[in-house]
Structures are given as C-alpha cells and as structure tokens.
Design a protein around this ligand. Structure first.
Ligand SMILES: [Zn+2]
Length: 369
C-alpha cells in the first residue's frame, strides 16, 4: 500500500528517490530547495509581528520561565512561528526576531533554573549507539577544522557542557590537557569514570579554580549553544578564558536548515531543552558582541555522507553537497571562532574568515574633552 504523499512524490519526482533517507531527500530532489525556500519566505511574510506586551498577555508562562526580547539585537517585537511538541508532554513556542531574524524560544527558561533541566537522569541517553554516533560526529568535525585538533600536546582544552565525557575521551587521546564542566551531576560522574587524565567538574567554570584561571587554547561547545539562556555573558566568559591565539569550536543546530524549512514545528532541532536557534549571521552577532576577532564555518553535509556510510549514488551525493552549500542549509552548523588576530594567523589557514567588528571597535568610547 503506497501512501498518498508517497504517490504524489513519485509522480512529481519519479521512483529513484524512494530509497533515499528522508533527511536527504529534501537536498537531492530537483527543484525542492527553491520550493522550500519560497514557502519559508511566504510563511515569514504571513506571520504577524506583535509587541512583546501583547504577546505576553496571550501566552501561558511556566513556573521557571520568563518572557524575553531578542538577545542579539534588543528588538522586543515578536513574530510567533511554531509550537513544537511531542508525546512526552513537553511543548514550547518559537518566535523570530523581525529585525535580525534570530529564532528563540519565548517564553524562555529563567537562567537561575537552568540546572533544573539537567538535575536528574539527563545522562541516560548519552550512552550505547548514541555514544558511537556522537564520537563519529566529533571526529568528522575535528577533521573539518584540521589541524586545530590534530595534536593536543602542551595545549589546554575546555569542553563546556561535557556530558558523559565522550569528547573529553577523544581530546585526551589526542594529547590535550583537557577539562570539562557540566550541569548534570550524574553525567560528570560518568565522565570521570570514563576518563584517565582529563577531568570533568559539576557546575560553572568560575567555580572551579583549575578552569577559572583560563589560558585555554581550545574551548568546545558540542550541541550546547542552543541550551544557553544567557549566551552573551557565557561567550564573554569564554573569550576571557581563552589564551592569546585561542579558538572556540561551536556545533549547533542550524536555524537555516533546509529540514527546518521543510518540516517546520516537527524539525529535529526543536528538542526538549533547546532554547535558541542560531544561523551563521546570528552567531556572528554573538561573537562580535563578545570580543571575538573572526569566525569560519564548515558546511555540514550529514554525518553519514561525510563518513562515507550513506548509500547515495555519487551524482546524488554531489547534488546534496551543492544544495547544502547553496542554501547554507545543512542541518547542523559548525563554526570555529578566533579569539584574536593571532588565532586567525595561526589557525585560519586558507579558510574563508569572516572578520568581526568587536564591540570596542563598533562603539568607541568617546574621548574626554
Ligand atoms: Zn534581533
């Protein structure tokens, strides 16, 4: 029995895409990118823009939540877009900033309650197949930014939001003097059981003397950025903790993902504890406002494609790569941020670097007369 949707797709595209995984079809069927992008623009034009007060008056507020304005540009007006939900009983509302396009959850989680989300049982899913897939993802991303992670000897690394230590394990294998912090106490316990030299700590970086002293050559945020309710203060801290020539690696869901444009509220990036959804543009805003000198991106084609374990015929694989690049539409975003000019000189290589005007350059302090 062929479903109606499948039948329509067969008539439109032919049967050659039947066996392509659904997360890849959107990228390889001819014309689909342009159709999805047009529909997305139409959706944005149609969504009303409302003052924050009006939005707050008609939107329920949970016990640990608060209403927020756009953290990237300060705009208080809201463009409600989605209400992701799933069978576990959670749901939230995602709005778009009409000025800078930032996507975020509103109401958001009050920062002082962030720990509540990770207090118990969060480490449960961080093992087994998940662990193997995650470590593959870390290796692919380290390769994409080679040679930053090739040789860690004599270099300090901080994994912020280290979970059960799956990345710290790879970092210590590569010779880094590696530290981690996390808000989930049982994850930290698991991490320290897994590690030989690297150390994981529960809490905030400022509370751990070995970490608070800074001097890090590398800081990593693996699927953490979307969880941060106060990214500006966190990134200012990361900038302070980096040594001269230091770099910050970010992997997060991509707010320009073609899968978001295709699937809207059921997009895989709308998971339970995600608070904010960045694109290359809004990440540049965040980095520029917190004193970073530049950033470079590596498009994400999907772990299976990059690892060579997908079963796409070569012409379709090439088309997938072209679509990801043309749309800036990979499902994940991977970025390497440079603390200063020295970092760009040391690690920039022949990559395309987006130079950032830091806040000090953008708004010079007026000279006293
Ligand atoms: Zn904004």
């Amino acid at each position: 029995m062929v479903s109606a949707r499948r039948l329509i797709n067969r008539i439109v595209y032919g049967s050659r895409y039947d066996r392509v995984h659904w997360t890849q079809r959107v990228y390889v069927r001819p014309g689909e990118r342009l159709a999805r992008e047009a529909r997305w623009r139409w959706r944005l034009r149609r969504a009303p823009v409302v003052p924050l007060a009006d939005y707050a008056a008609r939107t329920p507020l949970g016990a640990i939540e608060e209403f927020v304005s756009c953290l990237m540009c300060g705009q208080s007006r809201q463009q409600p877009l989605f209400e992701p939900a799933n069978g576990d009983g959670w749901s939230y509302r995602v709005v778009r900033c009409p000025s800078c396009g930032f996507l975020y959850r509103n109401p958001n989680v009050r920062p002082e309650h962030l720990g509540d989300l990770y207090a118990n049982g969060y480490s449960g899913f961080l093992t087994g197949d998940y662990a193997a897939n995650r470590q593959r993802r870390y290796r692919l991303t380290m390769d994409a930014f080679a040679p930053v992670f090739s040789d860690g000897r004599g270099r300090r690394l901080l994994d912020f939001g280290c979970g059960a230590g799956l990345f710290l394990e790879l970092a210590e294998q590569r010779g880094f003097e590696a530290y981690g912090v996390d808000l989930s106490p049982d994850s930290v316990e698991q991490a320290n059981a897994r590690l030989t030299r690297a150390r994981a700590y529960f809490g905030a970086p400022e509370d751990v003397p070995e970490i608070a002293e800074g001097g890090f050559d590398v800081i990593t945020l693996w699927s953490v950025l979307a969880h941060l309710p106060r990214p500006l203060s966190d990134f200012s801290l990361f900038r302070r903790l980096l040594a001269p020539g230091g770099v910050l690696l970010v992997l997060t869901v991509n707010a320009r993902s073609l899968l978001l444009k295709a699937y809207g509220p059921t997009w895989s990036g709308f998971t339970k504890n995600h608070l904010m959804f960045y694109s290359a543009e809004t990440l540049r805003t965040l980095l520029g406002r917190t004193g970073f000198a530049g950033v470079s991106y590596a498009p994400h084609y999907g772990d299976a494609v990059e690892a060579g374990t997908d079963r796409l015929p070569e012409p379709l694989r090439r088309r997938l790569r072209r679509t990801v690049e043309a749309a800036d539409g990979g499902n994940m975003m991977r970025a390497l941020a440079f603390a200063d000019q020295e970092a760009i000189a040391r690690w920039g290589g022949d990559r395309r670097i987006h130079r950032l005007r830091t806040r000090a350059q953008a708004r010079p302090v007026p000279a006293a007369d």
